[in-house]
Design a protein around this ligand. Sequence first.
Ligand SMILES: [Fe+2]
Ligand SMILES: [Fe+2]
Length: 537
Amino acid sequence: MKKTDALKDLPFPLRVYRQVPDDSGHGFLVKFAVFLKDRPGSLADFSSLIARSGGNISIFHYDRSTDSSRVVVEVEAARVEDVHDLAVSLAGRKYAFERKGPLSDEVSVTSPENILEIKVRLRNEPGTLAALARLLKGHKANVMYMLYDGDIDPEVSDIALATKGPEEIDGILDTLNGKGYHYRVVYRGSEGEKVENIIGLKAVEKFYMRLLKLLDKKDVSEMRKLVDSSREIYGNLVKFYSEAGNNLESADVFEKVLTLASMSRSRLGQRFRATEMSPLEPAPGVRLHGFRMPTSENIYVFENDGDLTMVDSGYGIYYRDIKRLMARKGLDASRVRRIFVTHADADHAGTSGYFTEEFGSEVFMHPDSRGVISSGNRAHGTGGRLARLNKYYTRLINTFTECRFPGKINYFKTKPTGSLGGFDIIDSFAVGGLKFSVLSSRGGHIPGHVFFVEPSLGLVFASDYMINIASLSEEEKGSLGVYKYLLTNPNSNHEIFKEEVAALKEIISSLDAGLRRQGLNALVFPGHGDYYAFAGR
Ligand SMILES: [Fe+2]
Ligand SMILES: [Fe+2]
């Protein structure tokens, strides 16, 4: 067979990079990608096939985290016939050279204890990689990552594996020892390791593993059931992580808040713990209660003339527990007449729809919340590169925390009637003798965020613009430090947010200065953490 004929007839698009015999006797260099099944042993079968054709693998790259079926290889062959034979045998085994159907993303690795990452020394000769892959196949280990590049180091391969259980890891290491392999363990699953550092894991698997650090196994498997119950939810999670890959820095915050929010699912009923702030009597006949939910967000309840007015409403999933909490405190949930919602994030608006449905409570929000709610995207209308990340995040967090908006919302007026510290005053409402102004933010945190300010008494409901982390207990802050990410806020526009925070502090500071002459202080009511007297803070 002539060389050119042999290469012309290749049944697959093997790219031939070199076709001149060299000193090493490997005159032909071909490179190609194939699509395998994501199951133990498929890499072993594939590499054995290459070895049998006389080919020597010079590059082998498989990374299940980006594509669970694609392998890229570079193979050196001595003769043109070897290249041809390799192509024919691959064709005979029905290996796919292009993807058939959509990228499947089934998730199967759920425990970091089952994972092993090693660097193994290999003899630089044909068939050694295949022999190693067969050894791993014998232990039914699923290869998650494999990199061998002869140009970088002809005697080393990096491999990450998911085994059936932690005891299987010992079995694999014993077998490697028995066969005389030299290796170094880079990672073997343990609690202390950062799941982010595990190579070859899919993002969704990392999500479940992070949850395992916050929740017990049963809660995580409930969570998986919820995600698996709907293609839409699962799709949103996969798309969220694929967007996260494009926006690493911001995604980190979103991801952590999402993980934290998922914790709400394990804090219900018997496990629901709310922190009560000291009740206040800001005006005659008006009592103000503040409660912090187990995931740190606050709800505030004004009591006057037997009627209740709420500011913000907590994650939807807490609805039943909030009603029980109110009953214990002598607050009749059926008397919740109005809920003033600072913004359409699930932690502040989540139960509003339930109150409306059960008790006919009227809910008030900024009209810009309309687009956020209808599109299921907290960055609705803001454009920008984080819009898609925000979209999947919003949908997931709303689903996980069972957010429900009312069918009918009362929107604040938007025509400015004045201004305070650079913010437009757009509306007002009264609670007994308290007269609140509704200030419109410029959208740094989320479109349609408002602040409620009672100027004569210096009461400022600042929600996510003024978070009081110092008041959270050590347990609430969490040994894992997840709460600090809540305080980094997934902002729509962080630059505007920072300006707004500064402006808000100015307002509070000047209200405080006026009140101090009467021996009083401005009081800040944050979205998370206890209310506090400003007193120059
Ligand atoms: Fe928020
Ligand atoms: Fe919040």
